[in-house]
Design a protein around this ligand. Structure first.
Ligand code: PLP
Length: 401
């Protein structure tokens, strides 16, 4: 008899489990719209040209594989904070940001969660309802209590702005408010700049601490600056805040696990102390981060030619997703005899569309149409080609009615 009799079978991950089910399906019309990874029009994974060039540079330079410091590659930490806040931002100029390279967005969130658990044991984190499924897991595992704030309004398939403000207002002063910097996952619904300003007013008034998750900078709109404007609005008010960054999507470095946690503090002294404690948490957890992705980012952002080329490739990726979004909307509008207004799809941003399909309807998408998607009705447009839009529209309409 095994000593592991008491270990029950864990359920499959609601997002990564979709890919497992997709692989097992033998139909040739099958479509994987579950996981958020960019595909070409031919539905193949894409390695950016700038990434290949940056990797060639690394080989030419004959760089070694020595350990990085606990906080990561200095050249990466410098450019990643500059990319986020803008190189001329006062928070950078005044040395008020503690930046630690970590294991992509997820690892950065987890490191910050451990920090919150240690230094803010009485604080709650408020997470949007809905949110990326892993947020709750991350704070649960770090033993950080969390609650939800209203975000999505099913009647408009838009933002429940009033509900969001009410819930942020009602939270205990000094709570952490987890915000998606751009391209909200799963809904694709972002606040407008005016709404962001009101959210910032309220957070400031309540002495809350904003915690941004930025997983799509440059990937949402095609512009690195536009996609960072929410974070910059808050930083320019002199607020202390957290930002987790990821290069999985915008540089296509999914498996390199490259990202950072940035903590903006009100003084350089506080930033130095915060950074020292983040390092102290990272050391027994994973010791130090991997170098490969950090060098790619540092090479791309640090070289004006590669940087420009990256921006073009990002516009190309964001543009393909926008084209698919438009085509899907057109096909839905054409095929729908009930003349439902599908224009919410055009108002959403980023790689996802929240279709408004419920669990039973999403099940029909998979069981009858071989369209693999999460059960909350989210589809990844990055996994869709123009050629498949018509088929998908047919499946959505069949499942919806
Ligand atoms: N945060 C959000 C909102 C995401 O959508 C994702 C990826 O899907 C992540 C964080 C983290 O991704 P990674 O750990 O690959 O950086």
């Amino acid at each position: 008899v095994s000593r592991f009799e008491g270990v029950s079978m864990a359920p499959p991950d609601p997002i990564l489990g979709v890919s497992e089910a997709f692989r097992a399906d033998t139909s040739d019309v099958k479509l994987n719209l579950g996981v958020g990874a960019y595909r070409t029009e031919e539905l193949q994974p894409y390695v950016l040209n700038v990434v290949k060039k940056a990797e060639n540079l690394m080989l030419e330079r004959g760089e070694n594989k020595e350990y990085l410091p606990i906080e990561g590659l200095a050249a990466f930490n410098k450019v990643t904070a500059e990319l986020l806040f803008g190189a001329d931002s006062p928070v950078i100029q005044q040395g008020r940001v503690a930046t630690v390279q970590s294991l992509s967005g997820t690892g950065s969130l987890r490191l910050a969660a451990a920090f919150i658990q240690r230094y803010f044991p009485d604080a709650k984190v408020l997470i949007s309802s809905p949110s990326w499924g892993n947020h709750k897991n991350i704070f649960n595992d770090a033993r950080v209590p969390w609650a939800e704030y209203r975000y999505y309004d099913p009647r408009t398939v838009g933002l429940d702005f009033e509900g969001m403000l009410e819930d942020i207002e009602a939270a205990q002063d000094g709570s952490f408010i987890l915000l998606h910097g751009c391209a909200h996952n799963p809904t694709g619904i972002d606040p407008t700049p005016e709404q962001w300003a009101k959210i910032a007013d309220l957070i400031e008034e309540k002495n809350h601490i904003p915690f941004f998750d930025v997983a799509y900078q440059g990937f949402a709109s095609g512009s690195l600056d536009a996609d960072a404007s929410s974070v910059r609005t808050f930083a320019s008010r002199g607020l202390e805040l957290f930002v987790a960054q990821s290069y999985s999507k915008n540089l296509g470095l999914y498996s390199e696990r490259i990202g950072a946690i940035n903590v903006v503090c009100s003084s350089p002294d506080a930033a130095a102390r915060v950074k020292s404690q983040l390092k102290r948490i990272a050391r027994p957890m994973y010791s130090n981060p991997p170098v490969h992705g950090a060098r790619i980012v540092a090479n791309v952002v640090g070289d004006p030619n590669l940087f420009n080329e990256w921006k073009q490739e990002m516009e190309l990726m964001a543009g393909r997703i926008k084209n698919v979004r438009k085509r899907l909307f057109d096909n839905l509008s054409e095929k729908d005899n009930n003349e439902k207004d599908w224009s919410f799809i055009l108002r959403q941003i980023g790689m996802f569309s929240y279709t408004g399909l419920n669990k039973a309807q999403s099940d029909n998408m998979t069981d009858k149409w071989h369209v693999y998607m999460t059960k909350d009705g989210r589809i990844s447009l990055a996994g869709l080609s123009l050629a498949k839009c018509e088929y998908l529209a047919q499946a959505i309409i069949d499942s919806f009615y």
